[in-house]
Design a protein around this ligand. Structure first.
Ligand SMILES: Nc1ncnc2c1ncn2[C@@H]1O[C@H](COP(=O)(O)OP(=O)(O)O)[C@@H](O)[C@H]1O
Ligand SMILES: [Mg+2]
Length: 65
């Protein structure tokens, strides 16, 4: 059987659970040029969340690195 779990960071096109509030907050901080520290134990979804926020910002013409 194919393993249904994704072992690497999620591509921005993969299904993503919730994090709507966090995404909006991070997007707002980015647009306002505010520095934010994201911390959690590993594999709680920090990188996947940031990649998604970057994709949302790119869709609105904001360049991120
Ligand atoms: N919102 C989410 N919905 C579904 N899966 C998620 C979500 N956030 C994280 N994951 C899963 O957790 C894994 C680890 O996420 P990752 O972004 O690499 O964590 P971190 O950067 O905090 O170590 C991803 O590969 C993905 O399978
Ligand atoms: Mg990470």
């Amino acid at each position: 059987m194919r393993n249904p779990f994704c072992a690497t960071e999620l591509p921005v096109t993969a299904p993503f659970c919730d994090r709507e509030k966090e995404s909006e907050e991070l997007e707002s901080h980015a647009v306002n040029r505010a520095n934010v520290v994201l911390y959690s134990p590993r594999r709680y979804g920090k990188t996947s969340l940031v990649k998604r926020v970057q994709a949302r910002l790119a869709g609105k013409g904001t360049i991120t690195i």
